[in-house]
Design a protein around this ligand. Structure first.
Ligand SMILES: [Zn+2]
Length: 239
């Protein structure tokens, strides 16, 4: 299903001047909590800032402010070679906090997937060195250093492995789930959207999860993740 792009035009853009896009850059907005309020900020000429898109907790929707063919004003020297997403979030968020926003993370992943397909950019996280030179892939604003404005977003808590794994979607081969006798631990939780998640840790240390949408009984499959010790992000089940 294509990601819905809610168009809120920003006047703060310019021509790429022929530069090719090689970077997909992730930011945090550090203030705006919705794609509409972020759009309102970018629609003001006086902000002198913009981004191609923004993501909040709205299901399968991003705000779009600058078309990908144009240069958004967000990471200085790298504006010409990048497409950019602003998460309606803060660089100070812990991974736990990020994981309380599954829709926002899914929107980010879906957008990365669409941009990567359009520009034939690999869905891999670049090192700062590769991002600042000629690497093609996904990076943080913070990876761009001083000539990219020197910001620290989206922060060390951003669950980039999880998001990139979502972004790769069905294109990666499905690993074989562990057998029941190889499961050593199970944890469950309900997120803010009401989805029930169940996590399994296998003998080999791999983690698996499956989940149900709110009000549905179908299981949505499993994907490898992190260790059971990192499962706290999911809010306790509502009473
Ligand atoms: Zn930024």
């Amino acid at each position: 299903m294509a990601l819905k792009r809610l168009w809120i035009a920003s006047p703060n853009y310019s021509s790429r001047g022929g530069a090719g896009v090689r970077l997909i850059v992730i930011h945090t907005a550090e203030g705006a909590l919705t794609i509409e309020s972020l759009g309102s900020f970018f629609s003001s000429r006086s902000s002198q800032a913009s981004s191609h898109v923004g993501a909040d907790d709205t299901v399968n929707t991003v705000g779009e402010y600058v078309k990908r063919a144009d240069k958004a004003w967000t990471c200085a020297d790298y504006n010409g070679v990048s497409v950019n997403i602003e998460m309606c979030a803060f660089a100070s968020w812990s991974t736990d906090e990020w994981m309380r926003h599954p829709n926002m993370l899914a929107n980010c992943a879906a957008w990365i997937s669409e941009e990567a397909a359009y520009y034939s950019i690999p869905i891999t996280k670049l090192s700062p060195t590769d991002a600042q030179n000629n690497g093609r892939g996904v990076c943080f604003h913070s990876d761009l250093g001083i000539s990219g404005v020197g910001h620290n977003d989206p922060g060390l808590g951003f669950p980039v492995d999880y998001v990139l794994s979502l972004a790769r979607g069905g294109s990666s081969p499905t690993p074989t789930p562990p057998k029941e006798e190889d499961i050593v631990a199970i944890a469950t939780g309900v997120n803010n959207a009401g989805a029930l998640h169940v996590f399994y840790e296998a003998k080999d240390g791999s983690l698996w999860y499956t989940w149900q949408k709110k009000g549905e009984t179908a299981w949505q499959g499993g994907k490898p993740g992190k260790s059971v010790a990192e499962l706290k992000p999911f809010a306790p089940a509502p009473k």
